[in-house]
Design a protein around this ligand. Structure first.
Ligand SMILES: [Zn+2]
Length: 408
């Protein structure tokens, strides 16, 4: 039996959710634990109530909507997040949650009972906009973050996470920590251009790439732009340019590697002075940890080499390292089998962004499904997907979940 979700109903749900906290340009603005976020959760709960599901909150405000199974086995989870960027799209996160609700609707109308219970999860503050860091609720759940520390983090108005949970009535009585989970599936838009460019409907996500963030400071010497000959200068801007060129070479050596120099500041930033200091950021990524570590090492040697040549002093501060993640082989294979069974074109893909699924992969078997988004655009109000692809993604979710939860 090839069960399918209802395309129009799924699309209507996505449209209805987007009416809550609408952005100025057609997108969504529901920052974590704000009134709009809570209104979105309430709408979701009203849909869950029609499906005879119970719901509960944990102490990080993670919301679990539960459909009982035939036995007391560990539940199969599916979900994502409902909070958005300040000028976010309608689908980032939302598709994973509403796709999961649509799965429950299909099971309910077909009178299908599963062995394992099913739970739709909404993770709190995935975006990390109002409160830092991102993937907060799922991070505490999996033990990556400590709740006692996270509770103290404040938004720009001085409101702590704990206060926000309390004020919005999302502080659940159940402790936020992992419990036995049969499998966790997350449907998400790709947020990049690959599937669209490759003309594929489904991305079978095999894992997430590793990320290394560094702050670099180059110290030189300020000097007069008109009186100091080039060979007497200690110019950190010139050093930085050589380092960026060197990074481009490092990237060429390793397939699938990425570098980004996103933040640059020079001091004193005067048009007729050689700078005495340059600060810049470097983001390095690769799907394999071992290779990312080699890239980081080469990057460090590159800085030393350039600084020795240019008479500069450097400080390299690695501020964040997130290891590459491989998802569960059995979950990946269930996603693949479901995709093939449904006849969709697909390819394996490594997630370029972080997702709640990455955090959950530390405590449960995880699989992820990507669908294309127009132009690869995300974190943008213009974020767009087709109803057909939304349905395809939810169909794969439905069938993968059924594989894991066992129909009887
Ligand atoms: Zn997301």
């Amino acid at each position: 039996m090839n069960l399918k979700v209802n395309k129009n109903r799924l699309w209507q749900s996505l449209t209805k959710m987007a009416e809550i906290g609408p952005g100025d340009n057609g997108g969504s603005c529901r920052l974590a634990l704000t009134d709009a976020d809570i209104e979105g959760r309430n709408l979701l709960k009203s849909w869950a109530a029609q499906l005879n599901c119970s719901h509960r909150l944990d102490s990080m405000g993670n919301l679990f909507i539960r459909r009982e199974g035939n036995n007391g086995k560990a539940p199969v989870l599916m979900g994502s997040h409902l909070d958005t960027q300040p000028c976010g799209g309608r689908f980032d996160g939302v598709l994973g949650v509403l796709g999961a609700i649509e799965v429950l609707r299909v099971l309910e109308e077909n009178n299908i009972k599963t062995e394992h219970p099913l739970e739709v999860v909404v993770w709190t503050n995935e975006e990390g906009v109002r409160f830092s860091p991102a993937m907060m609720g799922s991070g505490v759940f999996s033990g990556v973050f400590k709740q006692s520390e996270i509770f103290l983090h404040k938004d720009n108005n001085g409101v702590s996470v704990e206060q926000a949970l309390h004020n919005s009535d999302q502080l659940g009585s159940e402790a936020c920590k992992s419990f036995p989970i049969e499998a966790y599936y997350e449907l998400h838009i790709e947020q990049g251009p690959v599937l669209e460019l490759e003309n594929k409907t489904i991305g079978v996500v095999t894992g997430a790439q590793g990320i290394s963030w560094s702050h670099v400071t180059l110290n030189g010497q300020s000097a007069h732009a008109g009186t100091t000959p080039m060979n007497y200068r200690k110019d950190p801007v010139s050093g930085m340019i050589q380092i960026v060129k060197g990074l481009q070479e490092i990237i060429k050596e390793q397939k699938s590697s990425l570098y980004t120099v996103g933040g640059i500041e020079s001091q004193p930033a005067s048009i007729n002075s050689v700078a005495n200091k340059v600060l810049f950021t470097v983001d390095l990524r690769h799907p394999e940890d071992a290779i990312l570590k080699i890239m980081q090492q080469k990057f460090k040697s590159l800085i030393d080499e350039v600084c020795a040549r240019e008479n500069l002093k450097s400080e390299l501060n690695n501020i964040w390292y997130s290891p590459a993640i491989s998802f569960n082989k059995s979950c990946i294979s269930k996603v693949k089998i479901a995709t093939e069974k449904l006849g969709y074109s697909y390819q394996n893909i490594v997630s370029g962004a972080g997702h709640d699924a990455c955090q959950i992969s530390y405590v449960a078997p995880v699989g992820m499904i990507f669908i294309p988004c127009k132009g690869g655009l995300s974190h943008n109000e213009a974020e767009s997907i087709s109803p057909e692809n939304a349905q395809a993604g939810a169909n794969v979710l439905l069938n993968a979940v059924l594989e894991s939860s066992v129909i009887n």
